[in-house]
Structure formats: structure tokens, C-alpha cells
Design a protein around this ligand. Structure first.
Ligand SMILES: Cc1cc2nc3c(=O)[nH]c(=O)nc-3n(C[C@H](O)[C@H](O)[C@H](O)COP(=O)(O)OP(=O)(O)OC[C@H]3O[C@@H](n4cnc5c(N)ncnc54)[C@H](O)[C@@H]3O)c2cc1C
Length: 454
């Protein structure tokens, strides 16, 4: 089944639900006309329909594999990533000062929504890198910016997020990875992490890992966590690639869904030769990581929107074509497409309504994020920052919960065929499951909303 990027729905959401009108009052976006938005969304739609959507089922069946210590991604991902970077999509909403295009975050959100619908297991790779770029941009030294930022903004190198350890998931206070200063500005990193998305891959020559670790004299708990830039290949002073760092993927998880997205067990300094540099201040790593996490949390909500959209489109197409039964009270004559049955319509309308509502919440969060930085009035900036704070856990948790509901309905619309992998409906349900878990489970989002944001 083909995928059609829902460009008109996206434009409607931007214009009528997400307060796009307020954004265009900001100087930074005064040149972002409706025509430009339409051109960007249509172009993005073509890339998603033609390049990413055909890879979705392939990535489910031929997921990432670990071969001789290197992760090989699904066939077709390398070429698709090339088109992604060549089209400038990664830098769409990054600041112009670091080589980005300075467009509103909410346009990147619409793009992330489409890419997730087209191929969810690919989508998290650039999303995480954009989050890593934001964390580096917020805290890096001039030297770190020079060595890493431009290559990451162009997409030549990709970034990752390394928090989770076996004993330290929702609660990072128990984190054990160590960082010891060696006296030349670098730190020796030792330890192991689990569940690191795209912790290794064959899409770029270098991978820039942002790693949370503890200094030798660090206070206990979350107040003693620092963040480090740990490249897969060490970077020479002139920016060229140097020797390989001792950071590697030592195992790949077998998962329920998103098989194309490698989930890596990472080892740092097994042979004592893993080096990184401190990003930001000592013991302030969690604050830096929250810059990345807050951006990525809304994007996980958008993954939910995307996978729900794809599931809806598939269910609608099936319901129009599958003939079974007659309307209530009609005893003879031709059978009708199941679309004619009220219960099937109920499911389809629910899927559509929940998907659109999730989209509206996620785009609204992104617009508030943009306003918090660019609104001309300080009071508007402050209230937008507060709304962004409240909407972030809601966008993540509600949209991902609803993605699970919608994709389950998508299976139901297919009847028995929904349970059979061949139709593709089951893949959406399996893929959607993770969105309620990673980037902080939805239970943790609820705690964030009630204890910090309200
Ligand atoms: C496919 C995949 C990709 C991932 N990618 C990354 C990545 O790139 N980088 C990275 O660092 N991590 C990554 N993760 C880790 C992910 O963010 C964690 O799995 C998630 O945050 C939950 O942590 P946990 O698995 O340790 O669960 P636990 O913390 O053990 O939680 C188990 C259950 O207890 C609940 N719970 C825990 N604490 C509380 C509390 N205080 N109050 C109420 N309920 C609570 C949780 O909500 C959950 O339901 C990934 C995980 C997966 C599966």
C-alpha cells in the first residue's frame, strides 16, 4: 500500500490549531510565507512517499545486523540518508549561526511526522542527531563547536544519546559509567550502556556520542552526572578523522518492533582507550541532556502521530476494498465494502480524530517552543516557554498512547488479516509500542507534568 503525505491536514493543523499566525509576527520568521511552507511540505512529502515509505516493510523484515563489530543498517537506508542530507532536511530548523536554515521548529516537526509515517525505524536517527546538536550548541566550547558542529549540522556525522545503563533507566541517579581526567583536557571513559539507538551504523564515517558519566569526585545521585562528547573516531585538531576510539557496539537487541533501528549495547574503554571531552560544566550533565531530551520528547510524540497516520491510511484503503456482508436490514443483493459498516466507520473515524488531535498537540508544542525563542514581546516569550514546558510531556505521552490505540484499531479494521504480517497493519502496532516507553516512559511524563510543570 502506498503512503500519501497528509500535506493538507498538516497545513490545516498549522494554520488553525497550532497558532502559526503568532509565529509569523516574529522577525526571525517574517519571510516564511504560506507559499514557502507549502513548497517545503510538498517537497518533503515527495521524499517520504518515494524514498522512505518503500523502506518501511523492508526495514521490518531485514532489520539492522551486527557484523564483525559494525552495525549494518537495512539495505536502502544509506541511499535514503544521503538524500535526506543532500536535501538539507537535517538542518531545516537549526539556527543559521551554526549553519542551519533557521526555519521554525514546527516545520521540522511536520517533516518528522511524515518521515515517521513513511519509515519509523529510520526516523529516530536524524531526530536524535538534531537533539545532540542542540545540546552541543547550548554548552560547547569554541573548540568543540569547531570540531563537531558543522559536520553534524551538514549531516556528515550523526549524534547519539547515551544515558541508559542496566541498573539506571527512568532513574539516572544510579549511573555508573566513569570519566577520569587525564590532564590534557580529555577524559578516559569506562563503562557500559544499553538500549542506545543507532549507537553504531554505516550511515556516516563518524558518530558523535553524548555520554553521561561520573567524575571521580562527583557527588552521589543526579547532582554528580556530567556529559561528554565521545566520538567513534577521534578528531584531529585540523578536523580530520584520527584513530578509532574504544567505543563500540557489543550487542544488538532483538525487539518487538522498529527492527530497522539498531538498539545497541555500548562498551566504552574496554581496552582503556576511550577518550572524550567534557560538554558544559562538571556535574551539570543532566541539565544539558534535558535540552536534548525535551526536543526529542516532542519528536517521539510525532513518531506516534506518523505511525498512527500510516496505520489509518492502510486501514482506510483496506476497508474500501474488502467486501464482506450487507448493511443492517438488507438481506439480499451484493455484499458491500466493509467501509459501509457503521462499526468499521466508527473505528476509522476514531483513528482519524485521534491522529489529528495528536498532531495538533505536537505542532502546538513546537510553535510554543519557537515563540519562546523568537516572539518579539518578552511576556509572550515567557508564557510560551511555560506552555512549551507543559505541552512537552503531554505531546509525548498522549500522542504515543493514542498511537497505540490507533494502530490497534488499524489491526481490528483488517479483521483476521490484521493479525497476519503480510498486510503491514501489525507492523505499525508493533512499531508504535516503543513510543510510550523511550525518552522517559509515559508514567515518567505524567510525573514531570504534575510535579515540575503544573
Ligand atoms: C528501543 C529502545 C531504544 C532506546 N533508545 C535509547 C537511547 O538512544 N539512549 C538512551 O539512553 N536510552 C534509550 N532507551 C532507554 C529508554 O529511554 C528506557 O528504556 C526508558 O526510559 C525506561 O527505562 P527502563 O527501561 O530502565 O525502565 P524502568 O525505569 O525499569 O521502568 C519500568 C517501569 O516502572 C515505571 N517506573 C519507573 N520509575 C518510576 C517512578 N518513579 N514512578 C512511577 N513509575 C515508575 C516505568 O514507567 C515503567 O513502567 C531506549 C530503549 C528502547 C527499548
Amino acid at each position: 500500500m502506498t503512503f500519501t503525505a497528509p500535506v493538507k491536514d498538516m497545513q490545516f493543523t498549522l494554520q488553525h490549531m497550532a497558532r502559526w499566525d503568532m509565529l509569523t509576527q516574529a522577525d526571525a520568521f517574517k519571510d516564511v510565507s504560506d507559499d514557502l511552507v507549502a513548497a517545503i511540505l510538498n517537497e518533503a512529502g515527495k521524499l517520504c512517499e518515494d524514498v522512505f515509505a518503500p523502506l518501511n516493510q523492508v526495514s521490518d523484515q531485514k532489520g539492522a545486523v551486527l557484523e564483525n563489530g559494525t552495525v549494518r543498517t537495512t539495505p536502502g537506508f544509506q541511499e535514503a540518508y544521503k538524500q535526506y542530507t543532500e536535501g538539507g532536511w537535517l538542518s531545516l530548523s537549526l539556527p543559521e549561526g551554526i549553519g542551519g536554515q533557521g526555519l521554525p521548529t514546527v516545520l521540522y516537526s511536520a517533516f518528522a511526522d511524515m518521515v515517521s509515517a513513511a519509515c519509523m525505524s529510520f526516523s529516530f536517527c536524524p531526530i536524535l542527531s538534531v537533539g545532540a546538536i542542540k545540546a552541543i550548541d547550548g554548552a560547547a566550547t569554541d573548540e568543540q563547536r569547531r570540531l563537531f558542529l558543522s559536520k553534524m549540522v551538514s549531516g556528515e556525522w550523526l549524534g547519539t544519546m547515551n544515558l541508559t545503563e542496566p541498573q539506571s533507566g527512568s532513574d539516572l541517579s544510579n549511573l555508573k559509567t566513569k570519566a577520569e581526567p587525564i590532564g590534557d583536557g580529555r577524559y578516559k571513559i569506562t563503562g557500559q550502556k544499553i538500549f542506545i539507538t543507532y549507537g553504531d551504523h554505516d550511515l556516516t564515517d563518524n558518530i558523535v556520542h553524548l555520554v553521561l558519566a561520573r567524575l571521580p569526585d562527583a557527588p552521589e545521585g543526579t547532582r554528580g552526572i556530567s556529559m561528554f562528547i565521545v566520538p567513534k573516531i577521534q578528531v584531529n585538531d585540523d578536523g580530520s578523522l584520527g584513530v578509532t576510539n574504544d567505543v563500540k557496539c557489543v550487542g544488538l537487541e532483538e525487539k518487538l518492533g522498529i527492527h530497522g533501528s539498531p538498539t545497541c549495547v555500548m562498551s566504552y574503554g574496554e581496552n582503556s582507550e576511550c577518550y572524550g571531552t567534557l560538554l558544559g560544566e562538571e556535574n551539570k550533565g543532566l541539565q544539558n541532556m534535558f535540552v536534548m531530551m525535551n526536543a526529542v520528547r516532542v519528536d517521539v510524540g510525532l513518531q506516534g502521530v506518523g505511525v498512527a497516520e500510516r496505520s489509518f491510511q492502510r486501514a482506510l484503503a483496506y476497508a474500501q476494498e474488502r467486501v464482506q456482508g450487507r448493511p443492517i436490514g438488507v438481506k439480499s443483493g451484493s455484499q458491500v465494502p466493509i467501509y459501509e459498516h457503521l462499526d468499521v466507520r466508527r473505528m476509522l473515524y476514531s483513528m482519524k480524530a485521534l491522529t489529528e488531535a495528536s498532531r495538533a498537540i505536537c505542532y502546538a508544542a513546537a510553535v510554543q517552543h519557537d515563540l519562546a525563542r523568537h516572539a518579539p514581546d518578552e511576556q509572550v516569550r515567557n508564557s510560551a516557554a511555560a506552555r512549551d514546558g507543559i505541552l512537552t510531556p503531554v505531546a509525548k505521552a498522549w500522542s504515543s498512547d493514542k498511537a497505540n490505540d490507533v494502530t490497534s484499531l488499524g489491526v481490528q479494521v483488517h479483521g483476521g488479516m490484521g493479525f497476519i504480517e503480510e498486510t503491514g497493519a501489525a507492523q505499525h502496532m508493533r512499531d508504535a509500542r516503543i513510543t510510550a516507553i523511550y525518552e522517559g516512559t509515559n508514567g515518567i511524563q505524567a510525573i514531570d507534568l504534575v510535579t515540575r510543570k503544573l
